[in-house]
Design a protein around this ligand. Structure first.
Ligand code: GLN
Length: 541
């Protein structure tokens, strides 16, 4: 049986250098070389998971099939590798401490002083090895969140130090991602910050095997030699990571730099084949050579922050490439949309997405956007809260149920067309208590979504507390808003659509979590197709 090898990715000098993309790109290359690879993210904050974090703080919360609320980097891992991740792929300091403290209360350490070393570091190491021990992977890549030198990442670095001894030679490599800034005044790339960051890492007993250098300009041979000398890294292990136009270029850039070769060499592995990235480059080719454009509005309340809707934006890119069109995304703040502004705010769009969300801020704008899409025959995709808003809009404007609402926004609404799920009523704890992860949905044959999916049974990921209120099912259905997808066990309405509209679909689930580069999501593909159709029909000659 092959023994799992481990790769650690640490970051230095600055945050936001793109450790997740480097880890995912390396994983892609190793996968294309014939290895089974997964990626894990260790996050140094004390929240048990990012589910309780505001998207402004940490971007989107990504949900796995098994219902874990995780860091958005897991989305990159899945999109790049085309394989699902799970709870084990994202661990936070909060979760580590929670496990250790629970064990202490149970008496597992009776008589002992419970300490960061060895108890916390043991738990970190256990979590790192869990994925390897499943026997499913040849290589596990562990990305350590934060920047070397942060107080809160110290126990993780210490765990990596200890693992050097536990795992032994050639069974692990440490990649340090760093920044080589260009000083315009000196007209020079500077290596000093990297030297300091490596020194910091070495003080913790960890020597990087490979340096990946983020840079705006090419690093020349002189810089490579200097980095090698000062940072104790072989020259061939200095990898340039130049700014790319798109994250999808990074696997190719890493291939050109030979990151996969040097990693395999250090792990004493022989690639069964050289990566070609054939399927990947097929996508990239279509992505870079669109034949048409389509204008899509994304209505949400966190639109100032790109990362808040990361998976939706990526899904649109995947679907655009599939349709060979460039998707121009127009982020529109829901608080700026009302009956007077809707026309100008949403002018010229070929498709409208109303985004997921929580709480009542900006929801009237979302409802106006739904109405605009419905009345003007503009393709509409409502995701989670977006679907709920579509139901409310229909109830208010077609059924004339004045002040119809979700009980999340208005607990005293006379028409609670969206209501809290029965099993949620007695839940008071916030973290990880929503209806999460993959649930089945049965689709009506002959519906718009059936055409998109081309199958009757689907499984999609969820993250919600409120649901379509079946008390209004007959009324809404008779008025033309059809429930075309339902959970076969519980009867929960998962999909609504308006068959008389060119393309109007609301889904209680999050299709964006399942779209990958090699497997773009059928719903997004069909939505973009409808957007193109809209463009054709509305073009003024
Ligand atoms: N706030 C809504 C609910 O809890 C929608 C959630 C979402 O959009 N993810 O049901």
């Amino acid at each position: 049986m092959s023994k799992t090898k481990y790769i650690f990715v640490t970051g230095g000098v600055s945050s936001s250098l793109g450790k997740g993309i480097i880890a995912a790109s390396l994983a892609k290359l190793l996968q294309d070389s014939g290895y089974k690879v997964t990626i894990q993210k260790l996050d140094p904050y004390i929240n048990i998971d990012p589910g309780t974090l505001n998207p402004y703080e940490h971007g989107e919360c990504y949900v796995t099939n098994d219902g874990a609320e995780t860091d958005l980097d897991l989305g990159h891992y899945e999109r790049f590798l085309n394989t699902p991740t799970s709870q084990a792929n994202n661990v936070t300091t909060g979760r580590i401490y929670q496990t250790v403290i629970n064990k202490e209360r149970k008496g597992d350490y009776l008589g002992k002083t419970v300490q960061v070393i060895p108890h916390i570091t043991d738990e970190i190491k256990r979590r790192i090895k869990i994925l390897g021990e499943t026997g499913e992977y040849d290589i596990v890549i562990t990305e350590i969140g934060g920047t070397v030198g942060d107080i809160e990442s110290l126990p993780y670095i210490e765990a990596v130090r200890q693992l050097q001894w536990d795992l032994g030679n050639n069974n692990m490599v440490v990649i340090h991602l760093t920044l080589i800034p260009y000083l315009a005044a000196a007209r020079e790339l500077k290596t000093k910050p990297t030297q300091h960051s490596v020194k910091e890492l070495m003080q913790s007993g960890v020597s990087p095997d490979i340096l990946v250098c983020r840079t705006e300009r090419h690093i020349n041979d002189g810089i490579r030699s200097k980095l090698a000398l000062f940072c104790n890294v072989e020259k061939e292990a200095i990898i340039e990571s130049i700014d790319a136009n798109t994250i999808y270029d990074v696997p190719n850039l890493m291939l050109e730099e030979g990151l996969d070769d040097i990693v395999l060499k250090k792990l004493n592995l022989k690639a069964t084949r050289k990566p070609t990235l054939k399927a990947w480059n097929n996508f990239l080719n279509k992505y870079k050579n669109p034949k048409n454009t389509v204008e899509i509005g994304l209505i949400g309340k966190y639109v100032e922050l790109q990362d808040a809707y990361k998976s939706i934006l990526e899904s649109l890119d995947h679907a655009g490439a599939q349709n060979e069109v460039k998707v121009n995304i127009h982020p529109i703040h829901s608080e700026g949309v009302d009956i007077n502004t809707v026309k100008s705010e949403l002018k010229g769009l070929n498709g409208i997405i109303v985004a997921p969300g929580f709480g009542d801020r900006g929801i009237e704008g979302k409802i106006e956007a739904v109405r605009f899409a419905r009345e003007n025959n503009i393709p509409f995709l409502g995701i989670c809260l977006g679907m709920q808003m579509a139901v409310i809009e229909y109830a208010r404007n077609i059924l004339h149920l004045k002040n119809a609402n979700s009980t999340e926004m208005d607990p005293h609404t006379p028409y609670p067309v969206i209501d809290i799920m029965e099993e949620q009523k007695n839940i008071t704890q916030k973290g990880g208590t929503m209806r999460l992860g993959a649930w089945d949905c049965k689709i009506d044959k002959g519906s718009m979504v059936y055409k998109a999916y081309d199958t009757e049974m689907i499984s999609e990921r969820h993250r919600h507390r409120y649901e379509y209120n079946n008390k209004y099912l007959e009324q809404l259905t008779n008025a033309g808003l059809k429930p075309t997808g339902v959970n076969p066990k519980t009867g929960l309405v998962e999909i609504v659509e308006i068959p008389t509209h060119p393309w109007f679909v609301g889904v209680q689930y999050h299709p964006e979590y399942k779209s990958t580069v090699l497997n773009p999501h059928p719903l997004f593909i069909d939505f973009i197709k409808a957007g193109l159709e809209n463009k054709k029909n509305t073009q003024v000659f």
